[in-house]
Ligand binder design. Structure first.
Ligand code: TRP
Length: 461
């Protein structure tokens, strides 16, 4: 069974693939614009706290469940003998499908921007609204993107995912560092840094907490079983706790650097930081232009190409989850499952594609209770799948591990491949976090912020 499902070829293979899943549009597109909307540094602090204190223990749990059972998220709960908990897996599948449906649209933007940069069209920044509203063009890019994702996933674990992750991530990392250094030299950069780094705690509303928690889960690919699935391909001699630490640090590190790069750019161009989902797309082309035509084209194209690749290692992980479910639980051939689901998700993404100006119905989709302006369809799907379902998934996973599967089983699995863990402070922290901190804090924040966001009920304010 183990052999026929495939396994990562090497230790680094798993770590890079999981880090590749985590690092994506979430770090470079979503994180900066959420920081901008959330008022800056206070959001950043909450995000960091959530990632390390709450998400890390959940990540460790997901990987352990996956490696223990060697199953997809639905099959994993069943294999442990708790059939009713499979509902957490089903919810994860749904969240993943919804997330991929809009993620793919933004990946289409990134790829489209690569093509614009190649042609030296630096004006595209100021034309973002028109670009995003051109649904035929963006739809075509999105379709292309989904097809490549499907192609990689259909080639199976070690050939597809592992190879793609290996050489692209370090390159992206270096490019962000270089741009960050350049950003520091620009006028007004310091204003951007202040916004990014000096917290104003009066900005910490339930709305901001809601977004920061959702961002932490989204960025780490957590709460929907993507890491249960990746964990199912990990060998028993791998050290889960260390691997998860590396994945978390890499992901948070890249998001943090992306913000460091972007806010000086935003402020030096006199743009508003709360510009929303278009923030990097509006800001960056003008920055590349200041590098001069030739260098601007080279750096600009490289940036959006690498961003597209970062998105690809994430879409691959999102598609892998429902595929592994159909293969394991329903015996469907891998290649067939891949193309079927990819097409379905692309179609589910059409309203999101239309919700950025192309169709007024989807662009002004609903006005939530307690709010006075309408949100677009894509944003709404983000609220539901990303900001709500992922933290709820994380909550349920922590409750499951602590009180149903039981901690000693988790500890047993974690110690496999890491004998030194037994009795260490890290194990103590994971124990406490999974039994008390995660269930309580995730539970409370989710209830409070969901009431606030969707129903306009303000328990604290
Ligand atoms: N973490 C990815 C990003 O930041 C997106 C992603 C990939 C994801 N797989 C996921 C989000 C699973 C939630 C669940 O771009």
């Amino acid at each position: 069974m183990t052999v026929s499902r495939g396994e990562f070829n090497s230790r680094v293979g798993f770590i890079l693939a999981a880090a590749g899943s985590a690092v994506g549009l979430g770090n470079i597109w979503k994180f900066p614009f959420e920081v901008g909307k959330g008022g800056g540094a206070a959001f950043v602090l909450m995000y960091l706290a959530f990632c390390f204190l709450l998400c890390y223990p959940v990540m460790v749990s997901e990987i352990a469940i996956g490696r223990k059972t060697r199953r997809n998220p639905v099959g994993a709960f069943k294999a442990l003998g708790f059939r009713r908990w499979a509902i957490v897996g089903y919810m994860g599948l749904m969240a993943g499908v919804l997330i991929l449906s809009f993620y793919n649209v933004v990946a289409g933007w990134a790829f489209g921007y690569f093509l614009e940069m190649v042609q030296g069209n630096f004006e595209i920044g100021s034309q973002f609204d028109g670009f995003a509203a051109d649904w035929m063009k963006v739809g075509l890019y999105g379709f292309f993107f989904m097809a490549i994702t499907a192609y990689i996933v259909s080639n199976g674990i070690s050939n597809g995912i592992e190879r793609a992750a290996k050489f692209l991530m370090p390159t992206l990392f270096l490019l962000i560092i270089a741009l960050m250094i350049y950003a520091m030299t620009l006028p007004n950069a310091i204003e951007g840094l202040k916004f990014y780094l000096i917290p104003d705690f009066s900005a910490l509303t339930p709305t901001v907490l809601y977004a920061a928690l959702g961002q932490a889960f989204f960025s780490l690919s957590l709460g929907m079983g993507a890491l249960i699935t990746y964990g199912s391909y990990v060998s028993r001699d791998q050290n889960i706790v260390t691997a998860a630490a590396f994945i978390t640090l890499t992901d948070v590190g890249i998001a943090f650097l992306a913000g460091f790069m972007l806010f000086p750019f935003v402020f030096s161009q006199g743009l508003p930081p709360d510009g929303g989902a278009g923030l990097i797309f509006v800001t960056l082309p003008g920055v590349f232009e200041t590098l001069g035509a030739t260098l601007g084209i080279v750096i600009g194209s490289a940036f959006f190409l690498l961003l597209s690749f970062a998105a690809l290692t994430s879409t691959v992980s999102l598609l892998e989850v429902p595929v592994s479910y159909l293969v394991d639980e329903h015996g469907i051939k891998r290649s067939r499952a891949v193309w079927l689901i990819a097409l379905l998700i692309f179609l589910i993404g059409v309203p999101s594609l239309l919700s950025n100006g192309a169709s007024s119905i989807f662009t002004n989709f609903v006005t939530l209770m307690g709010s006075d302006s309408p949100v677009d369809f894509m944003t709404l799907v983000g609220y539901i799948a990303n900001d709500t379902m992922l933290p709820v998934g994380g909550f349920l996973i922590s409750v499951f591990v602590a009180y149903v599967w039981k901690k000693h089983n988790l500890n047993e699995e974690l110690a496999t491949g890491d004998e030194d863990l037994r009795g260490s402070w890290l194990q103590t922290y994971i124990d406490i976090a999974i039994s008390y901190i995660c269930p309580v804090i995730l539970g409370v924040i989710t209830v409070v912020t969901v009431l606030d966001r969707f129903f306009g009920i303000h328990l604290f304010s």
